[in-house]
Design a protein around this ligand. Structure first.
Ligand code: MGD
Ligand code: SF4
Length: 762
């Protein structure tokens, strides 16, 4: 097909957080192929199958193409005009605010929405309606990483970049099946390992043997949830054997305990770690863990020329996800494996724009754009001033986090909810419970999507949106890199870009508030959309939104993107890594490593201002003392551990061929054929004991419900654990009907990775 292509258009992949650069190939204006861009900084030309095939979604026959409406959820949908749809959405939201207050409305978005979309949605909810009920699915994947970065380094997002991979000598891959979930970055790790097989070490720490484990020199396989003990034991060995970097610790670090945090000494930290001798940790962890393996891992980590840790959901989706993140950072701080080439504590991001759009763009209930906590008056007022709305419009209290938001829906406290670019009816843990809330007749539910999903099934109003390459906007991937994709094809029939939908909705809401006598909200809404009026929706409108966000909101913040205008991003299709406070710096690609003088312009400037000498300046906004914190965090297991009634650990995850709920990849025949349905992985020893053979149907039962899946008997999960892929939409195989909605008390991220179940052959 590539041979038939008449034009190639650059952009970024629609799927994961790797942020691969692609060319979309058109023939007679129709998308016919995708290829990688060899000179790209992220993927060096490689793509995975999902990335190569997403162009099939562009003209897919099942796309939503007309607004659909029903007054009651037991009625069939009928097609309506955009004008009618926007008027209904405006009236329902405005009436809800007037009758029940702004906190009875909410927006639930996505790490796959463009930055311009998330920014505009949250601006209207906060500046227009006056609620912080702005959330998104990154709460389900990255919130613990955010919590870890903020509490350990004082600043969100990784310090380094993918470019560190080619300079690293030890990879510590923990709680990540990057071979399937970040395949192109895994390829870079693999290439590095194979280029220097004896010098480069790979440690994989995971309760399951996954395709990622295949390149490991050392696989640490432990009982789910016990890695906090393992990480503390590695720190114990590093100190016991004198492998720590005293100078780095003295110069840059502090030791902290508890909430509110208290300073402790290095000696107290050493005393604390005595509970985690390798012998004791091996007992807690079980599996194949021995004291000697822990010692080996700690030595490799500490003594390599440069160590890079990589992790994702196995660490984040945990009821102690923030602590687990802190304990990984601790190892880097103890050994000084940070800031130098190849050394970094690098959290991989799940979604293509969880970092750029949601973490940076203000897409969570407690943060305003550019990493400003809602509760800090000065920063909230800054945003109000920049938007030109009266001070006091944005409430000081954060809104509902994801689980709290859907619990509030269940309780009837939220009366109007807008879900964009995500399908919580399938992706929330314990989803049957939350589907009851979404089905309530007193909830007005709007869903903007490109396809029918489990969530559109429960909606009142379904609005068809433009897909990737059918609209313009920016994705910010794992490594602080913003990349622009410009519209090259028209959306099908009446599908529209979200930025147009939100602007038009806001304008009509202003009229509704006027009618209802709430002139203040009407005025605020008009102020919020004023900079975007009259702009053509395919390019000019998102450009104006990006300009406002970067030039006004990020200026002077740690994620300063004011040098990265659309013009610059078009000149640098590889994108720009923040901080990029000037055009000159942005045109050079921005900042490969934060906090390092000579590389990061903010480190230079802050260092001068604060009179800090030395190569590194840790100017993260959350640590006013410019220090990095080592945390004393004890081992704590999962919220629901196996017991006599439910004796197995249940874990969930992904496969390479599918993306999340598979609403998109499940509609691409090649990907569906590669992985047509979910199955349950069972360790051969457990299978033999229970008389389960490959492909037998197995019932998985938890305290929430039951599903039935075919068995894959395989030395993957540790004994006593089963593992399910969660992308399958079929009711009988939908993983989240059985998962638990326990969450981390700090990050509020749910524990998708661990709960208790029982299994039987049916
Ligand atoms: P997606 O399938 O990515 O899943 O879960 P979801 O976000 O619910 O949903 C994206 C939706 O966006 C799709 O319906 C797609 O059709 C639509 N879409 C595509 N392009 C556009 C567009 O341009 N505009 C609009 N408006 N819509 C568009 C993800 C969530 O799931 C996440 S982030 C994580 S990390 C969790 N992971 C996880 C797990 O590991 N295990 C289990 N059991 N559950 C999990 N749930 C969580
Ligand atoms: Fe797309 Fe991720 Fe695959 Fe790259 S690795 S092609 S970003 S899905």
């Amino acid at each position: 097909q590539a041979a038939d292509v008449e034009e190639w258009h650059p952009g970024v992949c629609r799927f994961c957080g790797v942020g691969c650069r692609v060319y979309l190939g058109l023939k007679k204006g129709k998308p016919v192929a995708i290829k990688g861009i060899p000179e790209s900084a992220t993927n060096k030309g490689y793509l995975c199958m999902k990335g190569m095939l997403f162009y099939r979604i562009i003209h897919h026959p099942e796309r939503l193409t007309k607004p659909l409406y029903r007054e009651r959820k037991d009625q069939p949908f009928r097609e309506i005009s955009w004008e009618e749809a926007l008027r209904i959405a405006a009236r329902k939201f405005a009436e809800t605010v007037v009758k029940y207050g702004p906190d009875a409305t909410a927006y639930y978005g996505s790490g796959q929405a463009l930055t311009e979309e998330t920014y505009l949605f949250q601006k209207i909810m906060r500046g227009g309606l006056g609620t912080n009920n702005v959330e998104g699915n990154p709460r389900l994947c990255m919130a613990s990483a955010v919590g870890g970065y903020l509490t350990s380094f004082g600043a969100d997002e990784p310090i380094g970049s993918y470019a560190d991979i080619e300079k690293a000598y030890c990879f510590f891959i923990i709680g990540s099946n990057m071979a399937e979930c970040h395949p192109v970055i895994f390829r870079r790790v693999m290439n590095r390992k194979f280029a220097k097989p004896n010098e480069v070490k790979v440690i994989n720490a995971d309760p399951r043997v996954s395709p990622t484990s295949r390149i490991a020199d050392l696989h640490l396989q432990f009982r789910p949830g016990t890695d906090l003990a393992l990480l503390n034991a590695m720190a114990y060995v590093i100190i016991e054997e004198g492998l720590y970097d005293q100078e780095f610790i003295q110069k840059y670090c502090k030791f902290k305990i508890g909430k509110p945090p208290k300073d402790v000494t290095f000696e107290e930290y050493k005393e604390f770690l005595k509970q985690y001798t390798p012998e004791r940790a091996a007992e807690i962890c079980g599996g194949n863990i021995t004291p000697e393996k822990i010692r080996t891992a700690a030595r490799w980590f500490a003594t390599s020329k440069a160590t890079m840790s990589l992790w994702t959901m196995g660490i984040n989706q945990r009821s102690r996800g923030v602590w687990a993140n802190n304990l990984i950072h601790n190892l880097h701080l103890l050994t000084g494996q940070l800031c130098k080439p190849g050394a970094d504590s690098f959290s991989l991001t799940g979604q293509p724009n969880a970092c750029g759009g949601v973490r940076e763009g203000g897409g969570l209930c407690h943060i305003l754009p550019a990493h400003r906590p809602v509760k800090i008056d000065k920063l909230r007022h800054q945003v109000e001033d920049l938007w030109g709305i009266p001070r006091g419009t944005i409430p000081p209290k954060p809104g509902y986090h994801t689980i709290a938001m859907f619990r509030a829906v269940n309780q009837g406290k939220i009366k109007a909810l807008w879900v964009n670019c995500t399908s919580p009816a399938q992706s929330l843990p314990n989803c049957d419970f939350y589907r009851k809330g979404l089905a309530r007749e007193d909830l007005f539910l709007v869903v903007t999507d490109i396809f029918p999903t489990k969530t559109t099934e429960l909606a009142n109003l379904v609005l068809p949106t433009a897909f990737h390459f059918e609209k313009t906007g920016v994705y910010g991937c794992t490594e602080r890199r913003s990349q622009l994709t410009v519209k090259v094809v028209d959306p099908p029939r009446e599908a529209k870009p979200e930025v147009w939908i939100v602007r038009e909705w806001a304008l009509r809401m202003a009229e509704e508030f006027e009618r209802l006598g709430d002139r203040r909200r009407a005025e605020n809404l008009r102020i919020c959309v004023k900079p975007f009026l009259g702009k053509e929706e395919g390019y000019e409108l998102p450009k104006a939104i990006w300009e406002e966000y970067t030039q006004k909101l990020t200026k002077g913040r740690d994620n300063d993107l004011s040098g990265a205008t659309y013009e610059v991003l078009k000149q640098r299709p590889d994108g720009v890594q923040w901080p990029a406070p000037t055009k000159e710096h942005a045109l050079k690609g921005g900042t490969y490593k934060k906090f390092v003088r000579g590389i990061d312009p903010l480190a230079e400037e802050e260092g001068r201002k604060l009179g800090i000498s030395g190569p590194y300046v840790f100017y993260g906004p959350a640590h006013k003392d410019h220090k990095l914190y080592l945390w004393l965090r004890p081992y704590k297991g999962a919220a629901e551990e196996p017991d006599a009634e439910y004796p197995f650990y249940l874990s969930t995850g992904r496969v390479i061929d599918h993306w999340h709920t598979s609403s998109m990849t499940g509609r691409i025949p090649e990907l569906l054929r590669a992985n047509p349905y979910a199955y349950v992985e069972i360790n051969p020893k457990d299978a033999a004991r229970l008389g389960i053979k490959p492909n037998d149907m197995v019932e998985i039962e938890t305290r929430r419900g039951k599903i039935v899946l075919p068995a894959k008997v395989y030395e993957g999960p540790i004994q006593g654990m089963v593992f399910i892929y969660w992308h399958d939409m079929a009711e009988e195989r939908m993983a989240n009907r059985v998962t638990k909605d326990a969450f981390d008390p700090g990050s509020k991220e749910p524990e998708f990775k661990i709960c208790a179940c029982r299994i039987r052959k049916v």
